[in-house]
Design a protein around this ligand. Structure first.
Ligand code: HEC
Length: 494
């Protein structure tokens, strides 16, 4: 009996498959930038694997979604690392796809004969953003809820179709159970299917056409336009020449791809271990003081909307994405110049600089605003308006002259303990009573009383709400272990 390899080969032509996929010749001089596409594919695989495991624990209903994530984080072995990888993988996916697209743009690889594959790439980019938008809601915490509220509102400002669009996204007029079910279905069924098909097409075309060579190989003696009648013949000759001086896909190119893929997986693992994925308090639809923040890659757009006057908002909200899609789709059909070297394409250079520059400025502006109004610098956490009021009282009452938070403030006098992790140590109820009258807890205490008339009950409660947010670095991942001991009930003489 023949070997299993031979048996299969006779039936499905394994040798032919190997020739077509692995032995094909690639143009020489490919750079590390050429590995970005395969790196995106690697992260996609990571997302599929981690996503399947997450789905085994996740429950897509407002009553259980948050708890199911909490359970995964706190009780399941490596659960928080797993979720961390999926979380950071989503960002990595956006970074890599954008970087890959930029590489293709810079090297003019969207030009003849790769226009169709550029279009599929544009579709892939929007699928990836769709994954980000739908995935953001699933943990059903404050951040998820309010960011999606804002995101779906933006869709609602579209002229004519706005109302229908919001209903379509939310599954009703309000964000609720129907929205969560919808986003979940999109995230785990429709989008993966679309991505899978688009990726297969993208790869099939790359295998058919071969990867674009270094720009020099196609610029020398080229007809000026790719639409010129003689261009295809020129292209074929130049491409075959560059392939002749090239290397085989296996092992030369694959080695680089594997090194890059492995490096990225290790980085994801490290990010997941060190920073986790974060989980805010459960979604509270009544807490309208919450300051929503979208995922970082939607920030430039979000910030732009904040900057334009209200009357222009709906115009920009729909206009900018529409223009972006149109420009990306039309690019390979309007740019018919055959020049591929970036140094000889001044318009391409100026556009890339303008887009990247404005994104950086917008993100910078948004981060500056965030830290000024919403995020407490000592914890990096966004604060609600009540918590912000508490934080202001903390400063105004001079608590920082005795106590330190995260190493800042505090003196050596009075042995006041640092409050860096006070939210893990004491419950809100305990803190409230303690601030009101520390003497009841320790008769010798040097901690001043802040109860009325110094501060009102309302103010003490505000300060308490701030104190419970103090949970130290990675506080979201830690479980509080309260050591609240209350003094015995006051005697009747009090
Ligand atoms: C004069 C210095 C001083 C000032 C001002 C001060 N504290 Fe204290 N605080 C202390 C000391 C000393 C203790 C430890 C006392 C004890 O355990 O009885 C303490 C204990 C605490 C505790 C309990 C810590 C623990 O780990 O159990 C909290 C909470 C607290 N302070 C909050 C505040 C807040 C909020 C303010 C401002 C409104 C404030 N403190 C102002 C000195 C101060």
């Amino acid at each position: 009996m023949a070997s299993p390899f031979k048996w299969i080969d006779e039936r499905v032509d394994l040798v032919g498959v190997r020739k077509a996929l692995l032995d094909r010749k690639m143009p020489g001089g490919l750079t590390w930038f050429h590995t970005l596409g395969s790196a995106s594919l690697t992260v996609f695989a990571v997302q599929v694997v981690t996503g399947i495991v997450l789905a085994m624990y996740y429950s897509p209903s407002p009553d259980h979604a948050y708890d199911s994530i909490r359970y995964l984080q706190d009780q399941v072995v490596s659960g928080s690392t797993l979720r961390g990888i999926h979380h950071w993988g989503a960002s990595a996916m956006v970074v890599l796809v954008l970087a890959h697209m930029t590489r293709v743009f810079v090297m003019g690889a969207y030009k003849y004969p790769r226009e169709i594959n550029w279009l599929i790439g544009v579709v892939l980019l929007f699928i990836v953003l769709g994954f980000g938008f739908t995935g953001y809601l699933l943990p059903w915490d404050q951040k998820a809820y309010w960011a999606t509220q804002v995101g779906t509102n933006i869709a609602g400002t579209a002229p004519i179709v706005g109302g229908i669009l919001v209903r379509l996204l939310r599954g009703g007029s309000q964000l609720g159970a129907a929205t969560l079910a919808r986003f979940y279905a999109l995230h785990v069924l429709l989008l993966p299917l679309m991505l899978f098909i688009a990726v297969l097409l993208h790869l099939a075309i790359i295998v058919r056409q071969g990867i674009a060579p270094r720009t020099k190989a196609l610029d020398a003696d080229a007809p000026t336009h790719t639409s010129d009648a003689e261009y295809p013949a020129f292209y074929k000759k130049a491409y075959d020449r560059s392939k002749g001086a090239g290397v085989p896909f296996w092992p030369d190119i694959t080695t680089k791809d594997v090194v890059m893929g492995a490096a990225i997986v290790l980085i994801l693992l490290q990010l997941a271990r060190s920073f986790g994925a974060g989980l805010e308090p459960p979604a509270d639809p009544t807490d309208s003081s919450y300051v929503p923040r979208p995922e970082w890659y939607f920030l430039p757009f979000f910030q732009l909307l904040k900057l334009v006057p209200g009357s222009m908002e709906s115009f920009v909200a729909v206009g900018i994405p529409a223009v972006l899609v149109i420009v990306l789709v039309l690019l390979p059909f309007f740019d018919r110049k055959s020049t591929r070297s970036f140094s000889k394409r001044p318009l391409a250079r100026a556009s890339l600089l303008a887009i990247a520059g404005s994104c950086v400025l917008l993100v910078g502006a948004s981060m500056a605003e965030d830290s000024a109004e919403a995020v407490a610098p000592e914890t990096g956490r966004p604060l609600s308006s009540v918590q912000r009021a508490g934080r202001a009282l903390y400063a105004a009452q001079g608590c920082g002259s005795c106590h330190a938070i995260g190493g800042k403030g505090g003196g050596t006098k009075e042995d006041a303990p640092p409050l860096t992790e006070i939210g893990l140590k004491h419950s809100g109820a305990w803190l409230h009573s303690f601030l009101e009258n520390p003497l009841r807890f320790h008769s010798e205490t040097k901690m001043p009383s802040f109860g009325p008339p110094t501060l009102s009950h309302q103010e003490i409660e505000e300060m308490t709400r701030y104190l419970v947010t103090l949970r130290g670095p990675n506080g979201d991942l830690k479980k509080p272990e309260f050591v609240d001991t209350f003094p015995p009930a006051p005697k009747s003489k009090e």
